[in-house]
Write a protein that binds this ligand. Structure first.
Ligand SMILES: [Zn+2]
Length: 451
Protein backbone atom coordinates (compact mmCIF):
# COMPACT_ATOMS: atom_id res chain seq x y z
CA UNK A 1 0.00 0.00 0.00
CA UNK A 2 1.42 3.42 -0.93
CA UNK A 3 0.09 6.82 0.05
CA UNK A 4 1.01 9.85 -2.02
CA UNK A 5 0.19 13.43 -0.99
CA UNK A 6 -0.14 15.76 -3.96
CA UNK A 7 0.50 18.83 -1.89
CA UNK A 8 -0.56 22.49 -1.95
CA UNK A 9 -1.65 22.94 -5.59
CA UNK A 10 -1.76 26.36 -7.18
CA UNK A 11 -5.50 25.68 -7.62
CA UNK A 12 -7.72 22.61 -7.60
CA UNK A 13 -11.17 21.97 -9.08
CA UNK A 14 -12.58 20.44 -5.86
CA UNK A 15 -14.08 21.73 -2.62
CA UNK A 16 -12.00 21.97 0.57
CA UNK A 17 -8.86 20.57 -1.04
CA UNK A 18 -6.55 23.61 -1.19
CA UNK A 19 -3.93 21.57 0.71
CA UNK A 20 -4.10 18.88 -1.96
CA UNK A 21 -5.20 15.25 -2.20
CA UNK A 22 -3.97 11.95 -0.85
CA UNK A 23 -3.89 9.03 -3.25
CA UNK A 24 -3.66 5.49 -1.94
CA UNK A 25 -3.10 2.83 -4.59
CA UNK A 26 -5.73 3.53 -7.28
CA UNK A 27 -8.01 5.78 -5.22
CA UNK A 28 -8.35 9.28 -3.85
CA UNK A 29 -8.63 8.74 -0.08
CA UNK A 30 -8.45 12.21 1.42
CA UNK A 31 -8.88 15.88 0.55
CA UNK A 32 -6.58 18.13 2.56
CA UNK A 33 -8.00 21.52 3.59
CA UNK A 34 -5.91 24.69 3.25
CA UNK A 35 -2.93 24.79 5.64
CA UNK A 36 -3.59 21.25 6.92
CA UNK A 37 -1.73 17.96 6.69
CA UNK A 38 -3.12 14.50 5.83
CA UNK A 39 -4.69 12.69 8.78
CA UNK A 40 -2.58 9.55 8.24
CA UNK A 41 1.16 9.39 7.45
CA UNK A 42 2.10 9.37 3.74
CA UNK A 43 4.93 7.53 1.94
CA UNK A 44 5.73 10.29 -0.53
CA UNK A 45 4.90 13.87 -1.40
CA UNK A 46 4.56 15.56 -4.78
CA UNK A 47 4.76 19.29 -4.41
CA UNK A 48 2.10 20.75 -6.72
CA UNK A 49 2.52 24.45 -6.04
CA UNK A 50 3.15 25.06 -9.76
CA UNK A 51 0.15 23.01 -10.85
CA UNK A 52 -3.57 23.50 -11.37
CA UNK A 53 -5.27 20.17 -10.65
CA UNK A 54 -8.52 19.07 -12.27
CA UNK A 55 -10.23 15.69 -12.35
CA UNK A 56 -8.96 13.65 -15.30
CA UNK A 57 -10.85 14.93 -18.34
CA UNK A 58 -13.42 12.64 -19.95
CA UNK A 59 -13.95 12.57 -23.68
CA UNK A 60 -17.40 11.32 -24.62
CA UNK A 61 -17.22 11.20 -28.43
CA UNK A 62 -14.45 10.59 -30.94
CA UNK A 63 -13.49 8.61 -34.05
CA UNK A 64 -9.82 7.74 -33.62
CA UNK A 65 -9.41 6.50 -37.21
CA UNK A 66 -10.18 9.99 -38.54
CA UNK A 67 -6.77 11.21 -37.33
CA UNK A 68 -5.59 9.71 -40.63
CA UNK A 69 -7.67 12.12 -42.73
CA UNK A 70 -7.03 15.47 -41.07
CA UNK A 71 -7.17 18.54 -43.31
CA UNK A 72 -7.70 16.28 -46.30
CA UNK A 73 -8.15 18.42 -49.39
CA UNK A 74 -11.33 17.01 -51.02
CA UNK A 75 -13.34 17.32 -47.77
CA UNK A 76 -12.41 20.89 -46.96
CA UNK A 77 -15.28 23.35 -46.78
CA UNK A 78 -18.13 20.82 -46.92
CA UNK A 79 -21.15 20.39 -44.61
CA UNK A 80 -21.74 17.04 -42.88
CA UNK A 81 -23.54 14.99 -45.55
CA UNK A 82 -21.25 15.83 -48.48
CA UNK A 83 -18.23 15.79 -46.13
CA UNK A 84 -19.15 12.19 -45.21
CA UNK A 85 -19.85 11.19 -48.82
CA UNK A 86 -16.39 12.48 -49.77
CA UNK A 87 -14.66 10.64 -46.93
CA UNK A 88 -16.44 7.25 -46.89
CA UNK A 89 -14.63 5.93 -50.02
CA UNK A 90 -11.29 7.05 -48.56
CA UNK A 91 -12.05 5.42 -45.19
CA UNK A 92 -13.06 2.23 -47.05
CA UNK A 93 -9.32 1.54 -47.49
CA UNK A 94 -8.58 1.45 -43.75
CA UNK A 95 -6.69 -1.66 -42.67
CA UNK A 96 -5.89 -3.16 -39.23
CA UNK A 97 -2.44 -1.60 -39.03
CA UNK A 98 -3.85 1.85 -39.81
CA UNK A 99 -6.56 1.52 -37.18
CA UNK A 100 -4.01 0.45 -34.56
CA UNK A 101 -1.69 3.37 -35.23
CA UNK A 102 -4.58 5.87 -35.34
CA UNK A 103 -5.90 4.53 -32.03
CA UNK A 104 -2.47 4.87 -30.49
CA UNK A 105 -1.87 8.38 -31.75
CA UNK A 106 -5.32 9.66 -30.73
CA UNK A 107 -4.99 8.12 -27.25
CA UNK A 108 -1.60 9.72 -26.72
CA UNK A 109 -2.85 13.06 -28.02
CA UNK A 110 -5.83 12.89 -25.64
CA UNK A 111 -3.63 11.91 -22.68
CA UNK A 112 -1.35 14.86 -23.27
CA UNK A 113 -4.36 17.17 -23.16
CA UNK A 114 -5.32 15.89 -19.69
CA UNK A 115 -7.81 13.25 -20.79
CA UNK A 116 -7.89 10.12 -18.62
CA UNK A 117 -11.02 8.46 -20.04
CA UNK A 118 -11.63 8.30 -23.77
CA UNK A 119 -14.62 7.12 -25.72
CA UNK A 120 -14.24 6.01 -29.30
CA UNK A 121 -16.90 5.34 -31.91
CA UNK A 122 -15.57 3.14 -34.69
CA UNK A 123 -18.24 2.48 -37.32
CA UNK A 124 -16.27 1.86 -40.55
CA UNK A 125 -16.17 -1.86 -41.28
CA UNK A 126 -14.51 -2.78 -44.58
CA UNK A 127 -14.04 -6.57 -44.85
CA UNK A 128 -10.51 -6.59 -43.38
CA UNK A 129 -11.61 -4.72 -40.23
CA UNK A 130 -14.11 -7.22 -38.88
CA UNK A 131 -12.06 -7.31 -35.63
CA UNK A 132 -11.78 -3.53 -35.26
CA UNK A 133 -12.72 -3.38 -31.59
CA UNK A 134 -10.19 -6.11 -30.71
CA UNK A 135 -7.46 -4.01 -32.35
CA UNK A 136 -8.51 -0.94 -30.40
CA UNK A 137 -8.83 -2.80 -27.09
CA UNK A 138 -5.26 -4.08 -27.40
CA UNK A 139 -3.87 -0.60 -28.09
CA UNK A 140 -5.86 1.03 -25.28
CA UNK A 141 -4.53 -1.56 -22.86
CA UNK A 142 -0.97 -0.94 -23.98
CA UNK A 143 -1.32 2.85 -23.50
CA UNK A 144 -3.16 2.46 -20.19
CA UNK A 145 -5.85 5.08 -20.82
CA UNK A 146 -9.32 4.35 -19.44
CA UNK A 147 -11.80 3.89 -22.28
CA UNK A 148 -15.34 3.21 -23.35
CA UNK A 149 -14.95 1.63 -26.77
CA UNK A 150 -18.18 1.68 -28.69
CA UNK A 151 -18.88 -1.03 -31.25
CA UNK A 152 -20.15 1.17 -34.08
CA UNK A 153 -22.17 -0.11 -36.99
CA UNK A 154 -23.77 0.79 -40.32
CA UNK A 155 -26.10 -1.44 -42.35
CA UNK A 156 -27.96 1.12 -44.49
CA UNK A 157 -25.91 1.81 -47.60
CA UNK A 158 -26.65 3.87 -50.68
CA UNK A 159 -28.41 0.93 -52.33
CA UNK A 160 -30.98 0.93 -49.46
CA UNK A 161 -31.40 4.71 -49.32
CA UNK A 162 -28.63 5.44 -46.83
CA UNK A 163 -25.55 7.62 -47.13
CA UNK A 164 -22.50 5.29 -46.98
CA UNK A 165 -21.27 3.09 -49.85
CA UNK A 166 -21.67 -0.72 -49.70
CA UNK A 167 -17.93 -1.16 -49.03
CA UNK A 168 -18.05 0.08 -45.42
CA UNK A 169 -21.28 -1.47 -44.07
CA UNK A 170 -22.08 -4.92 -42.66
CA UNK A 171 -25.27 -6.94 -42.43
CA UNK A 172 -27.39 -6.77 -39.28
CA UNK A 173 -26.76 -10.33 -38.06
CA UNK A 174 -22.99 -10.05 -38.44
CA UNK A 175 -23.07 -6.77 -36.51
CA UNK A 176 -25.21 -8.07 -33.64
CA UNK A 177 -23.16 -11.25 -33.26
CA UNK A 178 -19.95 -9.22 -33.09
CA UNK A 179 -21.52 -6.77 -30.62
CA UNK A 180 -22.30 -9.63 -28.27
CA UNK A 181 -18.83 -11.13 -28.72
CA UNK A 182 -16.93 -7.91 -27.96
CA UNK A 183 -19.06 -7.10 -24.91
CA UNK A 184 -18.45 -10.58 -23.51
CA UNK A 185 -14.73 -10.35 -24.28
CA UNK A 186 -13.83 -6.80 -23.26
CA UNK A 187 -16.51 -5.11 -21.14
CA UNK A 188 -15.52 -4.67 -17.50
CA UNK A 189 -18.54 -3.74 -15.41
CA UNK A 190 -18.17 -2.02 -12.07
CA UNK A 191 -15.84 0.18 -10.06
CA UNK A 192 -12.47 1.11 -11.52
CA UNK A 193 -13.06 -0.48 -14.94
CA UNK A 194 -10.32 0.34 -17.46
CA UNK A 195 -12.15 -0.89 -20.58
CA UNK A 196 -15.88 -0.74 -21.12
CA UNK A 197 -17.84 -1.48 -24.27
CA UNK A 198 -21.01 0.22 -25.53
CA UNK A 199 -23.02 -0.41 -28.69
CA UNK A 200 -23.21 2.40 -31.23
CA UNK A 201 -25.15 2.26 -34.52
CA UNK A 202 -23.86 5.30 -36.37
CA UNK A 203 -26.79 7.57 -37.32
CA UNK A 204 -30.36 7.57 -38.68
CA UNK A 205 -29.03 7.94 -42.22
CA UNK A 206 -26.62 4.97 -42.13
CA UNK A 207 -28.45 2.42 -39.94
CA UNK A 208 -31.73 0.54 -40.48
CA UNK A 209 -34.57 0.83 -37.96
CA UNK A 210 -34.30 -2.91 -37.40
CA UNK A 211 -30.66 -2.67 -36.37
CA UNK A 212 -31.45 0.29 -34.08
CA UNK A 213 -34.19 -1.69 -32.30
CA UNK A 214 -32.27 -4.94 -32.02
CA UNK A 215 -29.16 -3.12 -30.77
CA UNK A 216 -31.22 -1.54 -27.98
CA UNK A 217 -32.64 -4.94 -26.95
CA UNK A 218 -29.20 -6.55 -27.04
CA UNK A 219 -27.68 -3.76 -24.94
CA UNK A 220 -30.51 -4.22 -22.45
CA UNK A 221 -29.81 -7.92 -22.21
CA UNK A 222 -26.04 -7.42 -21.90
CA UNK A 223 -26.45 -4.43 -19.53
CA UNK A 224 -24.27 -2.04 -21.55
CA UNK A 225 -24.83 1.50 -22.79
CA UNK A 226 -25.89 2.66 -26.27
CA UNK A 227 -24.63 5.61 -28.27
CA UNK A 228 -25.34 7.25 -31.63
CA UNK A 229 -25.16 10.58 -33.46
CA UNK A 230 -28.36 12.58 -33.18
CA UNK A 231 -29.58 16.13 -33.68
CA UNK A 232 -26.42 17.10 -35.55
CA UNK A 233 -27.76 18.90 -38.63
CA UNK A 234 -30.86 20.28 -40.26
CA UNK A 235 -30.17 17.81 -43.12
CA UNK A 236 -30.66 14.97 -40.61
CA UNK A 237 -34.03 16.45 -39.57
CA UNK A 238 -35.06 16.61 -43.23
CA UNK A 239 -33.85 13.06 -43.88
CA UNK A 240 -35.82 11.68 -40.90
CA UNK A 241 -38.97 13.58 -41.86
CA UNK A 242 -38.74 12.26 -45.40
CA UNK A 243 -37.76 8.65 -44.63
CA UNK A 244 -39.49 8.01 -41.30
CA UNK A 245 -42.12 10.77 -41.23
CA UNK A 246 -40.90 12.14 -37.90
CA UNK A 247 -38.16 14.11 -36.18
CA UNK A 248 -34.94 12.32 -35.10
CA UNK A 249 -35.75 12.10 -31.36
CA UNK A 250 -39.24 10.70 -32.08
CA UNK A 251 -37.59 8.17 -34.34
CA UNK A 252 -35.18 7.27 -31.54
CA UNK A 253 -38.13 6.79 -29.22
CA UNK A 254 -39.83 4.57 -31.75
CA UNK A 255 -36.65 2.47 -31.85
CA UNK A 256 -36.83 1.93 -28.07
CA UNK A 257 -33.78 4.05 -27.30
CA UNK A 258 -35.08 6.51 -24.71
CA UNK A 259 -33.51 5.70 -21.35
CA UNK A 260 -30.68 6.63 -19.02
CA UNK A 261 -28.35 4.10 -20.63
CA UNK A 262 -28.24 6.23 -23.82
CA UNK A 263 -25.90 9.08 -24.72
CA UNK A 264 -25.94 10.97 -27.99
CA UNK A 265 -23.32 12.90 -29.90
CA UNK A 266 -24.14 16.55 -30.72
CA UNK A 267 -27.77 17.18 -29.68
CA UNK A 268 -27.92 20.50 -31.54
CA UNK A 269 -31.28 20.54 -33.28
CA UNK A 270 -33.61 19.69 -30.40
CA UNK A 271 -36.57 21.93 -29.55
CA UNK A 272 -37.54 22.74 -25.96
CA UNK A 273 -40.01 19.83 -25.66
CA UNK A 274 -37.33 17.46 -26.90
CA UNK A 275 -34.82 18.85 -24.39
CA UNK A 276 -37.38 18.23 -21.63
CA UNK A 277 -37.65 14.67 -22.87
CA UNK A 278 -33.87 14.23 -22.69
CA UNK A 279 -34.01 15.36 -19.06
CA UNK A 280 -36.99 13.14 -18.26
CA UNK A 281 -35.21 10.04 -19.52
CA UNK A 282 -31.70 11.09 -18.40
CA UNK A 283 -30.27 10.81 -21.92
CA UNK A 284 -26.71 12.14 -22.08
CA UNK A 285 -25.46 14.59 -24.69
CA UNK A 286 -21.88 14.83 -25.89
CA UNK A 287 -21.36 18.46 -26.90
CA UNK A 288 -18.65 18.73 -29.59
CA UNK A 289 -18.03 22.46 -30.11
CA UNK A 290 -15.05 22.37 -32.50
CA UNK A 291 -16.67 19.84 -34.79
CA UNK A 292 -19.97 21.74 -34.75
CA UNK A 293 -18.21 24.98 -35.68
CA UNK A 294 -16.02 23.35 -38.34
CA UNK A 295 -18.95 21.70 -40.13
CA UNK A 296 -21.23 24.71 -39.45
CA UNK A 297 -23.72 22.29 -37.89
CA UNK A 298 -25.16 24.69 -35.28
CA UNK A 299 -24.93 25.35 -31.54
CA UNK A 300 -26.14 22.85 -28.95
CA UNK A 301 -27.95 24.45 -25.99
CA UNK A 302 -25.67 22.94 -23.37
CA UNK A 303 -27.10 24.86 -20.42
CA UNK A 304 -30.73 24.04 -21.24
CA UNK A 305 -29.82 20.38 -21.63
CA UNK A 306 -27.97 20.35 -18.31
CA UNK A 307 -30.82 22.25 -16.61
CA UNK A 308 -33.27 19.65 -17.89
CA UNK A 309 -31.41 17.10 -15.77
CA UNK A 310 -29.75 15.31 -18.68
CA UNK A 311 -26.01 14.58 -18.43
CA UNK A 312 -23.93 16.96 -20.55
CA UNK A 313 -20.37 16.03 -21.50
CA UNK A 314 -17.81 17.19 -24.04
CA UNK A 315 -16.36 15.40 -27.04
CA UNK A 316 -13.57 16.30 -29.44
CA UNK A 317 -15.41 14.28 -32.12
CA UNK A 318 -13.47 12.89 -35.06
CA UNK A 319 -10.16 14.50 -35.83
CA UNK A 320 -11.16 15.31 -39.36
CA UNK A 321 -14.12 17.41 -38.18
CA UNK A 322 -11.99 19.07 -35.52
CA UNK A 323 -8.48 18.37 -36.79
CA UNK A 324 -7.38 17.87 -33.21
CA UNK A 325 -7.99 15.49 -30.30
CA UNK A 326 -7.24 18.04 -27.60
CA UNK A 327 -9.81 17.94 -24.81
CA UNK A 328 -8.55 20.85 -22.73
CA UNK A 329 -8.82 23.05 -25.83
CA UNK A 330 -12.37 21.75 -26.28
CA UNK A 331 -13.26 23.13 -22.82
CA UNK A 332 -12.30 26.63 -23.91
CA UNK A 333 -14.17 26.23 -27.20
CA UNK A 334 -17.27 25.05 -25.33
CA UNK A 335 -17.16 28.14 -23.13
CA UNK A 336 -16.72 30.49 -26.08
CA UNK A 337 -19.29 28.81 -28.35
CA UNK A 338 -21.92 28.67 -25.61
CA UNK A 339 -21.38 32.36 -24.85
CA UNK A 340 -21.69 33.55 -28.44
CA UNK A 341 -24.33 30.98 -29.36
CA UNK A 342 -26.66 32.03 -26.55
CA UNK A 343 -25.54 35.65 -26.18
CA UNK A 344 -24.59 35.40 -22.52
CA UNK A 345 -21.45 35.84 -20.45
CA UNK A 346 -23.02 33.99 -17.51
CA UNK A 347 -21.60 30.65 -18.62
CA UNK A 348 -18.35 30.33 -16.68
CA UNK A 349 -15.10 28.37 -16.99
CA UNK A 350 -16.27 26.22 -14.08
CA UNK A 351 -19.37 25.20 -16.09
CA UNK A 352 -17.21 24.08 -19.02
CA UNK A 353 -14.83 22.26 -16.65
CA UNK A 354 -17.78 20.46 -15.05
CA UNK A 355 -18.99 19.34 -18.51
CA UNK A 356 -15.54 17.90 -19.30
CA UNK A 357 -15.37 15.97 -16.03
CA UNK A 358 -18.49 15.14 -14.02
CA UNK A 359 -20.79 15.60 -17.02
CA UNK A 360 -18.67 13.26 -19.11
CA UNK A 361 -18.66 10.63 -16.36
CA UNK A 362 -22.46 10.78 -16.23
CA UNK A 363 -22.68 10.38 -20.03
CA UNK A 364 -20.59 7.23 -19.77
CA UNK A 365 -22.65 5.97 -16.82
CA UNK A 366 -19.78 6.12 -14.33
CA UNK A 367 -19.82 7.27 -10.73
CA UNK A 368 -16.22 6.28 -9.94
CA UNK A 369 -14.57 9.02 -12.04
CA UNK A 370 -15.20 12.68 -12.94
CA UNK A 371 -14.64 14.31 -9.52
CA UNK A 372 -11.86 14.75 -7.01
CA UNK A 373 -13.43 13.13 -3.96
CA UNK A 374 -12.59 10.34 -1.49
CA UNK A 375 -13.48 6.90 -2.79
CA UNK A 376 -13.20 7.86 -6.46
CA UNK A 377 -10.52 6.62 -8.81
CA UNK A 378 -7.32 8.68 -8.72
CA UNK A 379 -7.64 10.13 -12.23
CA UNK A 380 -6.04 13.58 -12.21
CA UNK A 381 -4.73 16.10 -14.74
CA UNK A 382 -2.14 18.66 -13.63
CA UNK A 383 -1.37 21.74 -15.71
CA UNK A 384 1.41 24.33 -15.35
CA UNK A 385 0.68 27.95 -16.14
CA UNK A 386 4.17 28.76 -17.35
CA UNK A 387 3.66 29.77 -20.97
CA UNK A 388 3.44 33.24 -22.51
CA UNK A 389 -0.33 32.78 -22.75
CA UNK A 390 -0.68 32.44 -18.97
CA UNK A 391 1.73 35.15 -17.90
CA UNK A 392 0.08 37.85 -15.80
CA UNK A 393 -3.05 35.82 -15.06
CA UNK A 394 -4.84 36.16 -11.71
CA UNK A 395 -7.31 33.29 -11.16
CA UNK A 396 -5.36 30.06 -11.95
CA UNK A 397 -8.41 27.87 -12.61
CA UNK A 398 -9.90 30.48 -14.96
CA UNK A 399 -6.49 30.94 -16.63
CA UNK A 400 -6.33 27.22 -17.37
CA UNK A 401 -9.44 27.59 -19.53
CA UNK A 402 -9.57 31.14 -20.85
CA UNK A 403 -5.85 31.59 -21.61
CA UNK A 404 -5.94 28.46 -23.78
CA UNK A 405 -3.98 25.70 -22.00
CA UNK A 406 -3.27 22.92 -24.44
CA UNK A 407 -0.97 20.44 -22.75
CA UNK A 408 -0.96 18.76 -19.35
CA UNK A 409 2.29 18.55 -17.41
CA UNK A 410 1.25 15.47 -15.46
CA UNK A 411 -1.59 12.97 -15.81
CA UNK A 412 -2.50 10.19 -13.40
CA UNK A 413 -4.89 7.30 -14.13
CA UNK A 414 -5.95 4.97 -11.33
CA UNK A 415 -3.08 6.23 -9.16
CA UNK A 416 -0.41 5.69 -11.83
CA UNK A 417 1.42 8.57 -13.53
CA UNK A 418 0.96 8.27 -17.29
CA UNK A 419 2.30 11.71 -18.25
CA UNK A 420 5.33 13.34 -16.63
CA UNK A 421 6.89 16.67 -17.63
CA UNK A 422 4.55 16.87 -20.62
CA UNK A 423 5.53 13.46 -22.03
CA UNK A 424 3.65 10.18 -22.08
CA UNK A 425 5.78 7.66 -20.22
CA UNK A 426 7.27 4.89 -22.41
CA UNK A 427 6.07 6.40 -25.70
CA UNK A 428 8.49 7.47 -28.43
CA UNK A 429 6.47 10.42 -29.71
CA UNK A 430 8.56 11.10 -32.82
CA UNK A 431 8.43 7.47 -33.91
CA UNK A 432 4.66 7.37 -33.34
CA UNK A 433 4.08 10.51 -35.42
CA UNK A 434 6.35 9.15 -38.18
CA UNK A 435 4.45 5.84 -38.37
CA UNK A 436 1.08 7.63 -38.24
CA UNK A 437 2.03 10.02 -41.05
CA UNK A 438 3.14 7.04 -43.12
CA UNK A 439 -0.20 5.28 -42.58
CA UNK A 440 -2.10 8.46 -43.52
CA UNK A 441 -0.06 8.78 -46.71
CA UNK A 442 -0.78 5.15 -47.62
CA UNK A 443 -4.51 5.83 -47.15
CA UNK A 444 -4.32 8.87 -49.45
CA UNK A 445 -2.35 6.87 -52.03
CA UNK A 446 -4.96 4.13 -52.01
CA UNK A 447 -7.62 6.78 -52.61
CA UNK A 448 -5.46 8.08 -55.49
CA UNK A 449 -5.14 11.50 -53.86
CA UNK A 450 -1.36 11.32 -54.20
CA UNK A 451 1.22 9.10 -55.81
ZN1 LIG B 1 -18.99 11.81 -34.54
Amino acid sequence: MTRLWIKDPLAIFADDASGGVVVENDQIVELVPKGSKPEQPVDSIFNANNHVIVPGLINTHHHFYQTLTRAITPALGKPLFSWLQTLYPIWANLDPEMLAIATKLASVELLLSGCTTASDHHYIYPACLDRALDIQAAVIKEIGIRATLTRGSMDLSVSDGGLPPDSVVQDKDTILADCERVVETYHEPGYGAMTQVALAPCSPFSVSGKLMRETASLADRLNVRIHTHLGETQDENNYCQKRYGMRPLDYLEECGWLGSHTWLAHGIHFNSDEIKKLGHFGIGISHCPNSNMYLASGVCDARAIENSGAPLGLGVDGSSSNDSSNLVEEIRQALLLQRIGHHTTTIQHTDALRWATLGGARCLGRSDIGRIAPGLQADLALFCLDEFRHSGSHDPLAALVVCGSHRADRVMIGGVWKVRDGHVINIDTEHLIHKHNKAAKKLRQQARLES
